[in-house]
Design a protein around this ligand. Structure first.
Ligand SMILES: [Zn+2]
Length: 484
């Protein structure tokens, strides 16, 4: 009988004999153990899961579930001692660019729990859509959740589309995640990627000019004004409303791709910079992030921000950075050297919206935890890992599932095993044995022959994907990046 588990446990000791699936299982909390650690003991007459917390017990139960895929109709007797390398293992979904039905989110969360993820980074606001019902600011969902057209990349439609999650649906999802040991980390991206917010409340921008909900991919120039006090009132009121929905201990405040050209010309932003003695707009973004993070801290939440938020060099050290791109001018490194922490989600090892030809299953598995971007920071500053699927070019759940799975499973093993991963070949073999689980969970995962695509298939995928990035789009992107 083969033992195929993903993520690979720290230690497996095989014993003689077998146990029936309905063997009595005792669950014991042992506070001496790490909260997420567990020991699973399967003996012919008795199964025992000993864990540091209810979360650890869940991981022991998940391991039991995976052992059912070994075949043979009964469990092999064994002792597994296990504990994750990283406390934080998140997967991400972008429901802003394209709305995804609640049932699909649940399916994804359910699948993620099978691979012992413990956080769901939920991207619910961006230029192209706001996705949560708000009583305090109802125009957010009334106006911000709908757009006329989808011109993302190589796609052209003028049809109206959109959608948002009611508060009842959000509560339902939070409870569902909680039952599976997964905490939602909501993200409201600011000060950039806010066209949907500005479409509803244009007075939050520097010049108050009307803004439409975006219908194209890319970086938008209109961002929240960091000078007006009313912007902060809006953010704080909104956060109060959202924190009531999301009881988790962390909140993602975005901070990526915010071109600050408007800030340079805005009298409010200039006045704020003068009053605070800030030297540049990068520092103004740092000030804004720090102020929001402080507000969240007072409410018992820790803030996460994308790496760009650190570029001003004045970001508070207790804001966790999510690293996705290069460390411009060594600011992430500085943040880490000062004791800051980071979630690792570098694009080339984590962005599962890219085709497999670009980021294969092996590329995700082989993520470098001591990457060049972190040199000088060190692995001790990493609290965890994340895999992501931005949805600019994902319009249906079948595409979503095929892109995420099984690459998300590779990320799960990176986060669970850290540098002690047994290697890609071992992983791929175990994953093939577990592959029937995807169908059982209702997920259309990419078949093994697509994990590292053949050359003709890879060329086909790349040609199709590159159609999304014509020259003028790339030029616009580069121009906006200069102001980030
Ligand atoms: Zn301004």
């Amino acid at each position: 009988m083969c033992i195929s588990l993903v993520p690979q446990p720290k230690s497996i000791k095989m014993l003689e004999g077998h146990a029936a699936y309905d063997t009595q299982c005792d669950r014991i909390i042992d506070v001496q153990m790490q909260p997420q650690a567990y020991v699973l003991k399967i003996l012919p007459e008795r199964i025992e899961i000993r864990a540091g917390s209810p979360q650890g017990l869940k991981y022991g139960e998940t391991t039991l579930k995976q052992l059912c895929f070994c075949g043979g109709g009964q469990y092999p007797c064994l002792v597994i001692e296990d504990c994750p390398a990283f406390e934080w293992r998140s997967f991400h979904m972008d429901c802003a660019r394209h709305f995804m039905p609640l049932d699909e989110l649940k399916k994804m969360v359910h699948m993620a729990s099978f691979f012992k993820f413990n956080r769901f980074h939920w991207h619910i606001s961006d230029d192209q859509g706001w996705r949560i019902e708000s009583e305090r600011y109802p125009k957010l969902h009334q106006i911000g959740s709908r757009r006329q057209g989808d011109h993302f990349g190589d796609y052209d439609s003028d049809a109206w589309e959109g959608g948002y999650y009611t508060k009842a649906q959000v509560r339902e999802l939070v409870a569902y995640c909680d039952s599976l040991g997964i905490q939602i980390v909501p993200e409201i991206d600011m000060p950039g990627h806010v066209s949907a917010i500005l479409a509803a409340y244009p007075e939050l921008g520097c010049n108050g000019a009307p803004v439409s909900v975006g219908t194209k991919a890319g970086i938008y120039w209109d961002i929240l004004c960091a000078g007006k006090e009313s912007t902060f009132e809006f953010i704080e009121n909104l956060l109060v409303e959202l924190l009531e929905l999301f009881p988790g201990d962390t909140f993602h405040i975005g901070g990526d791709e915010a071109p600050k050209a408007h800030w340079k010309d805005c009298p409010h932003c200039r006045r704020r910079m003068e009053a605070l003695g800030l030297e540049n707009v990068g520092q103004l973004q740092g000030y804004m992030a720090n102020r929001i993070a402080k507000f969240l801290k007072e409410k018992g939440r820790r803030a996460i921000a994308w790496n760009e938020a650190s570029y001003g060099g004045n970001l508070d050290r207790d804001i966790v950075l999510q690293l996705w791109t290069e460390d411009k001018s060594g600011k992430v490194r500085e943040h880490l050297k000062g004791g800051g922490q980071v979630i690792l989600s570098e694009m080339l090892h984590s962005y599962c919206d890219y085709p497999y030809a670009f980021i294969s299953l092996k590329s995700v598995y082989d993520a470098d935890l001591a990457s060049a971007a972190l040199a000088g920071g060190g692995i001790g500053n990493i609290i965890g890992t994340e895999c992501l699927a931005w949805s600019e070019y994902i319009r249906d759940v079948k595409t979503l599932e095929g892109l995420c799975w099984p690459r998300y499973a590779a990320s799960a093993e990176v986060g669970w095993c850290g540098n002690d991963r047994p290697g890609y070949d071992s992983f791929a073999g175990r994953l093939e044995n577990l592959f029937p689980a995807f169908a059982l969970y209702g997920i259309e995962a990419t078949q093994p022959d697509g994990w590292i695509p053949s050359e003709p298939e890879a060329l086909k995928q790349l040609a199709a994907f590159q159609k999304n990035f014509p020259k003028e789009v790339m030029e616009g992107f580069a121009k906006a990046q200069e102001e980030v």
